[in-house]
Write a protein that binds this ligand. Structure first.
Ligand code: ADP
Ligand code: ASP
Ligand code: MG
Length: 438
């Protein structure tokens, strides 16, 4: 069985929803379909929660009303059968009532997660009811009944497999199974989610869990491009990526894939295919275990990085210095992206600055600390084994007019990373496009 995941833009209008339904039913094969919320909906839900948190239920109410109006406009465009339209309207109105139900009391993080879960619940019900209207045997698999996080906030893989299996076995006679991306339960039995953009992760977890033949991520572009199309013109799709290359690109900013999405598929050995809903015939990108030799595949950029330099108080690095430095980051549960070392000190980069003040405070016990904020990691990905001569100098040479704060190479066979100022990101991506892919 294959898993297909459609992102927000792919189900962003009734017309798009119908196109998706055509696409998933035309080959007659059984599939599990993971859907995001309609585009813009999760942002509106974040806004609603924000108003409640700030004690402004009227603000929340006006966003709920605007959302309700938009959804009501979608319904006649989606359904011809008046009964199905009414049934769906009732279900959506029930949800809009629930969204208004947080006034007059203390608002918690758990409440926010309940609010955020409604987008995917609405989109999956809308598409399920449409498929039923056109006569497709469709089952709505409720994600909250099988997708679960453990005590560490990681997917509870054994639970997911068991419950998903149960659900599929108990409901065998369907052609299409629709389920919600993004949403899950946590170890305390509360509604939770897999972080913004996490529907890709849902698809990958399901695909790994049932050992699917393939996981397809359908979005608004024809696969992974060799550079970020939001900043560089003339990018082109990459036809194949190794799992590790895809993981590096996703982690370092290629928005088409959620950073966590590659790992479950890689461990289960399930290939992932990136496809374009707007051009379904386009080949897209296949992600699997193959490694194309001697090729630089793509470039990505990750913003809002902070660099921290710690210079040892002694002349030369005493043994135990590194250990002390890393212990500080471990203590504050802050993961490090890049590291470079010298005889007298170490520079490293982090993207989570929530504990920065405490980290810097403790690092001052081991050395002199300098912090540079507003940085960006530029990551060049491909066959970057050290035995391949000239690849690192090619990338470095492309950036010769840009001040580079750190360079990291040799940590894996797949990437070389540069830390630069965020204001130079666009110029750096463009220069790499010209020098590496022109
Ligand atoms: P969805 O809502 O379907 O999950 P996303 O917006 O999360 O879609 O991801 C698709 C977007 O990712 C594209 O529209 C594109 O602008 C952006 N993107 C960033 N880097 C890349 C890249 N290297 N290749 C393709 N798309 C990219
Ligand atoms: N709807 C969620 C979001 O906008 C999840 C997703 O689209 O993947 O972040
Ligand atoms: Mg996405």
């Amino acid at each position: 069985m294959k898993i297909y995941k459609f992102g927000g833009t792919s189900v962003g209008t009734p017309e798009r929803m119908k196109e998706v339904c055509q696409l998933i039913t035309e080959d007659g094969e059984k599939k599990i379909i993971v859907l995001s919320a309609m585009s813009g909906t999760t942002n509106s839900l974040v806004e609603i929660a924000d108003y409640f948190r700030k004690g402004n239920p009227e603000g929340a109410g006006s966003v709920v009303n605007a959302l309700r109006r938009t959804y009501h406009e979608h319904l006649p465009a989606l359904y011809s059968d008046e009964r199905i339209l009414e049934k769906t309207r009732k279900l959506l109105d029930e949800i809009f009532l629930q969204l208004n139900d947080f006034r007059g009391r203390e608002f918690s993080d758990a409440d926010e997660k309940v609010i955020l879960s409604k987008g995917e619940i609405m989109s999956t019900n809308m598409v399920t009811n449409y498929l039923k209207e056109i006569g497709v045997k469709t089952y709505l698999l409720p994600a909250l009944e099988y997708m679960k996080l453990d005590r560490n906030g990681e997917p509870d893989v054994a639970y997911i497999r068991e419950k998903l299996d149960e659900q599929l076995k108990a409901n065998p006679d369907y052609d299409i199974y629709i389920t919600q991306g993004f949403i899950c339960m946590n170890a305390d039995g509360q509604v939770d989610n897999l972080q913004r953009g996490g529907s890709d992760y849902t698809a990958s977890l399901i695909g790994a869990s049932i050992r699917a033949d393939e996981i397809q991520i359908w979005t608004d572009i024809d696969g992974m491009h060799n550079n970020d199309p939001r900043f560089v013109e003339g990018t082109s799709p990459v036809r194949q990526l190794n799992f590790e290359e895809a993981a590096e690109l996703a982690y370092f900013g290629a928005k088409i894939l959620h950073p966590t999405c590659v790992q479950p598929a890689r461990y289960a050995g399930v290939p992932v295919r990136l496809k374009n809903t707007l051009d379904p015939k386009a080949p897209g990108t296949l992600i699997n275990n193959d490694q194309q030799e001697g090729v630089i595949k793509a470039v990505a950029a990750k913003d809002n990085i902070t660099a921290i330099k710690i210079v040892s108080s002694r002349m030369l690095l005493a043994s135990g210095f590194m250990c002390k430095v890393f212990n500080v980051f471990d203590k504050y549960k802050t993961s490090i992206d890049m590291i470079t070392t010298s005889e007298v000190g170490v520079s490293l980069s982090i993207d989570n600055t929530s504990r920065l003040a405490a980290i810097v405070d403790e690092l001052k016990e081991v050395g002199t600390v300098v912090v540079d904020e507003g940085m960006c990691i530029i990551c060049v990905v491909g066959d970057l084994r050290w035995s391949n001569e000239g690849f690192e100098s090619l990338a470095a040479n492309a950036l010769r007019d840009i001040p580079v704060r750190m360079i990291s190479y040799g940590g894996s066979d797949h990437n070389i990373s540069f830390l630069i100022k965020m204001e130079h990101k666009k110029a750096a991506l463009k220069a790499l496009q010209e020098k590496l892919f022109a």
